[in-house]
Design a protein around this ligand. Structure first.
Ligand code: NDP
Length: 279
């Protein structure tokens, strides 16, 4: 079954579900991306800071799938923000990926304490105008960062990629993005799936999953899909890669959705974007 697509605010279509590769080495990313593409994935999410753009690029070029059928996202790292720095960093990413263009380029974090995201965005606008990027977006932007960005620049971001899972559902940012035509993409969509208290261990997810013959991870991924989010679960294991995209043949009921909503504790796993200052 083909993954449904979402149309971004510039008309570009993005698959609603893709593969994340954070914490994967070059070799792991190459394996995961190859496996994912073989199993129907067309969206791949990497970033300069992940250090695996080369592995992703190798898998893409060896896949035999036409470039225009794939949707490759990468992200500008914090230390590369600024107009000239962004242009240079983008060229490096393209070289590492071995691509002629990327489908989506994101500012990884706003890092507001350095006050550079507006200049950075102007470089994004230039690269977009030059046809080097099909869509430009941001990541980890709160409404007040978006407000500031949009008040000083021309292009409204196509995507905001944010931490989003049943423990942290981001109602305010989702509402703000919907109002401004910005698609929301969920990172750590299954809550990172490690550590004590992980959401996948919640009995309610297993109970819901039993009704449909699906795992807790599949229930959570389906929840994202039904909320209209773009979702990028990460795995470097074939069975899970296959399982995570197998969420388009069932539908959660309103009651299921309501039960999952009770898991929200409004707690992040990752840094608060206003405080994240890592270069
Ligand atoms: P996820 O919520 O995707 O969880 C990934 C973890 O869950 C891995 O440990 C994986 O293990 C495990 N897992 C995967 N599938 C299953 C399954 N079906 N059942 C049980 N466990 C499973 O977390 P991530 O933090 O990786 O987020 C996804 C992607 O989002 C990242 O890879 C990255 O591309 C992006 N991201 C973006 C950020 C940003 O700041 N913009 C920040 C964080 C992530 P294994 O690999 O061993 O199978």
């Amino acid at each position: 079954m083909q993954t449904p697509k979402i149309t971004l605010n510039n008309g570009v279509k993005i698959p609603q579900l893709g593969l994340g590769v954070w914490k994967a080495s070059d070799a792991e990313a190459e394996f995961a991306v190859t496996t994912a593409i073989n199993n129907g994935y067309r969206l791949i999410d990497t970033a300069t800071i992940y250090g695996n753009e080369v592995g992703v690029g190798r898998a893409v070029s060896a896949s035999g799938v036409a470039r225009e059928e794939l949707f490759i996202t990468t992200k500008l790292w914090n230390g590369d923000q600024g107009y000239d720095e962004t242009i240079r960093a983008f060229e490096k990413s393209l070289t590492a990926l071995g691509l002629e263009y990327v489908d989506l380029y994101l500012i990884h974090w706003p890092t507001p304490m350095y006050n550079k995201y507006v200049d950075t965005w102007k470089a994004f606008e230039k690269l977009y105008a030059d046809g080097r990027i099909k869509a430009i977006g941001v990541s980890n932007f709160k409404p007040h960062h978006l407000q500031e960005l949009m008040s000083q620049t021309k292009i409204v971001p196509a995507v905001n990629q944010i931490e989003l899972h049943p423990r942290f559902t981001q109602a305010e940012t989702r509402e703000y993005c919907a109002k401004h035509g910005i698609a929301v993409e969920s990172w750590s969509p299954i809550g990172g799936a490690v550590g004590a208290g992980n959401v996948l261990a919640e009995p309610v997810l297993a109970t819901i999953g039993e009704k449909y013959g699906k795992s807790p991870a599949q229930v959570v991924l389906r929840w994202h899909v039904q909320l209209g989010l773009i979702v990028i679960p990460k795995s470097v294991h074939e069975e899970r890669i296959k399982q995570n995209i197998d969420v388009f043949d069932f539908e959660l009921s309103d009651d299921d959705m309501a039960q999952i909503a009770t898991l929200d504790t409004n707690t992040r796993q990752g840094p608060d974007p206003d405080l994240m200052n890592r270069h």
